[in-house]
Design a protein around this ligand. Structure first.
Ligand code: OGA
Ligand code: NI
Length: 338
């Protein structure tokens, strides 16, 4: 049984325990990563709406990832979110122990690695996982230390949700659907947040912050450390590094939009690697379909030439399946093919 003593952020690590060491065939091979690759950047303030929609559609097809700038979320808020997140992980061990849990069903929990109860090799990450919608239902149980945590994070959550809905409209249009299609189809959506903390690691070549995975939700909005790189995306068989761009947010298509688009848009493999000289942080916001609505390819995208690639299912079913597996197995959507 794991306990809060497994949290990495409570100690300095001179050596790496064996339970974090990947077998040789599964290591990140950092020298083979394409260092200066760029994922598409979309300027959301561009007056040319059609160009924005088409750039987003292209990015969803080719990379499954893009960055957005001029997204409407103030840079001072982004800075405050990162700062309060960092302060949280700097709290003393006793304070963090109160929030520790390794039960994925818990709606507020501080944990480590990915799924410590299931996995055989651990990941070099601590994370705070929060449910964020409806806010008034969850915020009372969020950390009250640091004192500004609740206010800063709840403001950010509201703004991220709005941004996500604007992106849904553009993504819907880019698929030739009504601009309200995705928002409407996914129903009264949940929103989750993972505040990720990747401590300095003595042996980055031997482990991961997060091993290769796809996101099980619909859309992910990632606020990255603007000083320290670590996110890598699989593209054309190669891992490419997503270098931070100050003020930008990283957007990726999750499994549910791959299914809804009938496989046109891709929920791609990505991973986080760690650094020996610096810690890294990220704040991932996940927009998730309503648990009970029926998901699957949009009717308009299923034709004789492109029959349905996935069967219909509920998010409840999908999410349970996702958490019952290891993170780096086959794509979870493969289990939902027609
Ligand atoms: C995630 C994720 C990447 C990162 O939390 O799902 O992919 O750079 N994070 O922290
Ligand atoms: Ni992810």
């Amino acid at each position: 049984m794991a306990t809060e003593h497994q949290l990495l952020s409570t100690a300095v690590h001179e050596t790496m325990p064996g339970k974090y060491v990947r077998p040789v065939s599964q290591r990140p091979r950092l020298t083979e990563v394409v260092p200066d690759a760029r994922i598409p950047v979309v300027d959301l303030a561009s007056p040319d709406r059609a160009a924005v929609v088409s750039a987003i559609g292209d990015a969803c097809r080719t990379h499954g990832f893009f960055q957005v700038k001029n997204h409407g979320i103030d840079s001072t808020l982004l800075t405050a979110v990162m700062a309060v997140a960092r302060d949280f992980f700097r709290l003393p061990a006793e304070e963090k122990a109160k929030l520790y849990s390794d039960d994925p069903a818990r709606k507020i929990r501080l944990s480590t690695s990915f799924n410590v109860r299931k996995e055989t090799v651990h990941n070099w990450r601590d994370y705070l996982r929060l449910h964020c919608y409806p806010l008034d239902q969850f915020v009372p149980d969020w950390p009250s230390n640091p004192a500004s945590f609740k206010e800063i994070m709840s403001t950010y959550c509201m703004e991220v949700r709005e941004l996500g809905f604007r992106l849904y409209a553009a993504i819907s249009e880019s698929l030739g659907l009504d601009d309200g299609y995705i928002k409407k189809t996914l129903g009264e959506q949940e929103q989750h947040m993972a505040v990720n903390f990747y401590p300095q690691c003595p042996e980055p070549e031997l482990t991961y912050g997060l091993p290769a995975h796809t996101d099980p939700n619909a859309l992910t909005i990632l606020l990255m450390d603007d000083q320290v790189a670590g996110l890598q995306v699989l593209n054309g068989g190669k891992w490419i590094a997503v270098n931070p761009q100050p003020g930008a947010l990283v957007i990726n298509i999750g499994d549910q939009l791959q299914a809804l688009s009938n496989g046109k848009y891709r929920s791609v493999w990505h991973r986080a690697v760690v650094n020996s000289d610096r810690e890294r942080m990220s704040v991932a916001s996940f927009l998730c379909p309503c648990n009970s609505v029926e998901l699957g390819p949009a009717a308009k995208l299923v034709t004789e030439e492109s029959p349905a690639v996935y069967r219909n299912y509920t998010y409840d079913e999908y999410y349970k399946k996702f958490w019952s597996r290891n993170l780096d197995q086959e794509h979870c959507l493969e289990l939902f093919r027609t």
